[in-house]
Design a protein around this ligand. Sequence first.
Ligand code: ATP
Ligand code: MG
Length: 393
Amino acid sequence: MYRAFMLKYGEIGIKGKNRAVFEEALRLSTEKALSRVGDGFTVTRPNGRILAEAKGDYDFDEAVDALKKVFGYVSFHPAKIVDDKGLPELYKEVISLFEKEYGRDIKASFKVKCKRGRKNYPLDSMELAAAVGEQLLNAFPGLSVDVHEPDIYVHVEIREKIYIYSKEFEGAKGLPRGVSGKTMLLLSGGIDSPVAGFRMARRGVTLEAVYFHAPPYTSERAKNKVVKLGELISRYTGPFRLHIVNFTDIQLKILDKCPRDELTIIMRRYMMKIAETIAKETGCLSLTTGESIGQVASQTMQSLNCTNAVASLPVFRPLITYDKQEIMDEAERIGTYETSVLPYEDCCTIFVAKHPVTKPRLSVIEKSEESLTGEIEPLLEEALRTQEVVEIV
Ligand code: ATP
Ligand code: MG
């Protein structure tokens, strides 16, 4: 019954010249999201909204699910497209759509909103809204009009064809994919970093990602889990490249040369360094982690200060103020939680000290790292040289 979806975005960030850029980004990511649904959709941008028209058959629930993952929309509506065959025919179509969506016995208030994309229509928008409203009142005894806070809006848009829609789905909000530059996400197999990537992408940021593994201490399935997490978030974020970096020798070197209780912090600093090198090579303008203040020893204010000190790019931590439970809830909602909690080994925990420093001082850490000078550089180069790149789609 629905041949199309009418999609609506907010007005924030789309003033002036940006508007066209914003709309085109939305159009493209919508087309991409729907390309896997049925025979695909043709996505256009008539004035102030995005219209997706089905090319052929498709599964309604699948389409709704895909659209809920497209950033930039406040709401969207399944729409019926009808030919202009005169007013009586139009009334019939509105009534039949209304009945399908809400049933004969609906008790609610409503308001009709009309738009004319062409001015040669016999009634103007106000007249048409009043006429359609009257027809609905006659057809559904439980309805009443409320022009200020109606329970239900009924939309009629007159263009080349006529679009009728009412039922509303909540959009993912945020900004459309690709309008905010690229970040390098440090993606581990945990709960937090996929959520952090999701949050950045929701602001229109494109991703590149890096995962550090430590074979044979971490397994192939731990790596596959990260790839899987990448695939799960790519439904929202769009495709991205995942750089898989072998961190074993670096880790062993740190373990050998530095105080055990500083291992995690020093390791983190080298992760940051490598991530930043790849970030710069791939055109990223920032780094992103899943850190949250005080969550573990390596995420106290002092620890964050030490890790941050090695980076010259801004480091974004979208979850910095989240409680763990809030992050878990969000992971559930976006569908990464189940995969994140699979109990595979993590390179950060394999040699971890029983009592890691919780208030490291930068000067002390830097001093400890001096013992690595001359030996760590070739290992960093080797790690970069042997990185594996996986295209996440
Ligand atoms: P997560 O659920 O993201 O793994 P966590 O609670 O396990 O978080 P940590 O292990 O302390 O937290 O890691 C903090 C952040 O450092 C992660 O969110 C991630 O951005 C980055 N990170 C940690 N380990 C790795 C890794 N092996 N590869 C890439 N990034 C990592
Ligand atoms: Mg982790």
